[in-house]
Design a protein around this ligand. Structure first.
Ligand code: WTA
Length: 638
């Protein structure tokens, strides 16, 4: 039996209501979601239809309703008399801070919306956002939503090449960026990457709106570039939101898949907001009038979309957003912020928890963390050791931990305990949330009900499900709906334990999870083979104590490539940084004479992973040439 932690008394009042949510959803799933959509959102036009699944796998939720996401996240809170409530406490890396009330958000978001409109952005257009984490990024997303433009946020750690492919794929007309961003106490350029991306000359971008964050020097294109400070503060502070149909695309967010090209995951408005708000409220036991919530994710990732910009703001929450790294200027930075703002709900990633564990518990011990009530984890399976540390050292054994499983594609949390009703269990994400139907299948598509490991599938449509992959409906069907026809295949392994709780077992496809960031093995491989000296490359995600997985590349050189190997390895790392971004740089690059392949010619990644993790190699009888492994074993990791 796994260790469990019983719910605490102070959650009992909510627990009764939450148990009822499971029962309501069980009794009438669609009715349950319709009720949530009506309670949590303000509709300009009420919907009458709940789910239309005739075009499966493309769902329509609340299809004849109309609403505006920004109105729901901002204006209605002001209209309800909560304009003075703080929406965002912004903490900059250098310790300066600023408060943004809901009223201020309304004024400033309206100015940005008017500016975007004056740059030619119309309802239905796409806007690329390449900004550092901060209020400007959140406001720009909301401003797009306000005019019905679809935003595509590109994480500031992605390279110019990655940005270029995302801009062209989405057909963005405007890019919003900043001169640079602060990271680890340094000012790093951002606009430079936009310039480089647009220098390809094949994008539909007319304008680049540039926020001045660092004051660093930038190149300027008079025709195309517009300084934020020249236009936004002068723009009108009033703007009427564009009310759009519930299925209007709110955003595109690119994520890694099993093939080289990143997928533009499309989310729409009504269903997405319903489930983002529902989960944010219930999973974190949110009391908007008293809680101070902090999610450490950057808005460049789905967690920053659903649990910084949309879920909390639709719920009228007060939250902290932080620009910098956990160790700048010292390793107690996060705990200092929790103390400073009296954070009550704290949502972060296992990789960050493991890093803090390594730094030692005497660091958080210096701060007053007694305001905390609920802790959350997301992005990868949390190992029980990290869970227990988080529970004891940060949560003082008082705060329930919600281990939340979900994906860019699911839009919102689907599996998680609920504080106060679930006895939490280190390492298990536990239960499907109300209104979510899932199963674990074996390879043949038969449901597993015992404790055998299998594949996680979602068996019924849910409101915040992706509606497709931008511009590629075949890939959408192929990737998620063909493995088990009619069922959503998540790409994760999972199993039940003896209590029926779910344990996530990691990806079963060629997607890696490095520090909670999704990376594709194929995408990195295709960069590596672009090098003239490389004949073939295989990339695997090897277990890593801090980052969960680490990128390990095996490369075979071309005949005659006999230059300096250290220099080559450096060049290859630099290519990956240039084409994708620093997060994808391999930890190890091993130059090998051959790669292990099956008789049908498929690279045996499992063997490579074992090798990269220094495990014994299991059964190699299906290898075309088992001597390959002997050769490979003699190679040093670099
Ligand atoms: C993994 C992040 C175990 C999983 C929100 C999933 C998790 C992928 C958990 C999605 C968790 C996320 N336990 N695994 N609590 N949360 N994952 O799209 O493999 O960046 O498929 O979304 O992260 O990553 P994505």
């Amino acid at each position: 039996m796994s260790q469990t932690f019983a719910p605490r008394e102070e959650f009992r009042a909510q627990a009764v209501a939450r148990e009822q949510l499971y029962r309501d959803a069980q009794a009438d799933r669609l009715g349950f979601w319709a009720q949530q959509a009506r309670e949590l959102l303000t509709w300009e036009r009420e919907f009458t239809e709940i789910l239309n699944w005739e075009n499966a796998p493309v769902a329509s939720w609340f299809g004849d309703g109309q609403l505006n996401a920004c109105y729901n996240a901002v204006d209605r809170h002001v209209a309800a008399g909560n304009g003075d409530r703080i929406a965002l406490y912004f903490e900059a890396e250098d310790g300066t801070s600023e408060e943004y009330s809901y009223a201020r958000m309304q004024t400033e978001v309206s100015q940005i919306a008017n500016t975007l409109a004056s740059l030619g952005v119309r309802t239905g257009d796409r806007v690329a956002i390449y900004l550092p984490m901060g209020p400007i990024a959140v406001q720009t997303m909301l401003a797009c939503a306000r005019i019905g433009a679809t935003h595509s946020v590109v994480f500031g750690g992605f390279s110019a090449e990655a940005l270029h492919s995302r801009i062209t794929d989405a057909g963005a007309r405007v890019v919003v960026t900043s001169d640079g961003q602060f990271r680890n106490g340094k000012a790093l350029p951002l606009k430079r990457a936009v310039d480089e991306a647009l220098a390809h000359g094949d994008t539909p971008v007319d304008h680049v709106l540039v926020y001045q964050r660092t004051g660093m020097e930038v190149q300027w294109d008079e025709e195309r570039d517009v300084w934020w400070h020249d236009v936004v503060p002068q723009a009108s502070t009033s703007h009427t939101p564009a009310f759009v149909p519930a299925e209007h695309p709110l955003f595109i967010l690119y994520t890694s898949g099993t093939t080289g090209k990143p997928k533009g995951v499309v989310h729409t408005t009504g269903g997405y907001l319903t489930q983002a708000a529902f989960t944010h409220k219930n999973v974190f036991d949110l009391h908007p009038e008293s809680d101070v919530y902090w999610c450490t994710a950057d808005v460049g990732w789905i967690t920053g979309h659903s649990y910084v910009t949309y879920g909390p703001m639709v719920n009228g929450a007060t939250q902290v957003i932080y620009e910098g790294t956990p160790s700048t200027p010292h390793k107690g930075r996060w705990w200092e912020i929790i103390e400073k703002y009296g954070v009550t709900i704290f949502y972060t990633a296992p990789t960050a928890i493991r890093t803090c564990m390594k730094w030692g518990e005497e660091i958080p011990a210096k701060y007053d963390l007694s305001s905390l009530r609920v802790l959350g984890s997301v992005g990868e399976p949390i190992n029980p050791e990290a869970w227990l540390w988080f529970h004891r050292v940060i949560g003082a054994e008082r705060c329930p931990i919600v281990d939340t499983w979900w994906q860019t594609e699911t839009g919102a949390i689907l599996i998680s305990p609920l504080p106060g009703i679930t006895a939490t269990k280190p390492g298990s994400a536990q239960r499907a949330l109300p209104g979510v139907s899932l199963a674990i299948y074996d390879n043949l598509g038969d449901e597993i009900t015992n404790e055998d490991p299998g594949l996680l599938v979602i068996t019924e449509p849910w409101p915040s499900m992706l509606r497709g992959i931008w511009g590629d409906s075949n890939r959408f069907k192929e990737t998620y709906w063909s493995r088990f026809p009619g069922q959503y295949f998540a790409g994760d392994g999972a199993k039940y334990d003896e209590d029926g709780d779910i344990w996530l077992l990691g990806r079963v496809d060629d997607v890696m999870n490095v520090s909670g960031h999704r990376l594709s093995t194929a995408e990195i491989e295709s960069v590596l083979v672009e090098h003239d000296d490389v004949a073939e490359a295989a990339v695997v995600g090897a277990k890593d104590d801090t980052t969960g997985q680490a990128v390990v590349a095996f490369v075979i050189l071309r005949e005659g490539a006999d230059g300096d190997r250290d220099a080559l390895v450096d060049e290859l790392r630099e290519m990956v940084r240039h084409d994708i971004g620093p997060i994808a740089k391999p930890r190890d690059i091993l130059i090998v004479p051959e790669l292990p392949k099956t008789r049908s010619g498929k690279i045996m990644r499992r063997l490579l992973r074992d090798l990269a993790e220094h495990r014994d190699i299991g059964d190699v009888t299906t290898l075309a040439d088992s001597s390959v492994m002997e050769l490979i074993k003699g190679i040093d990791a670099r």
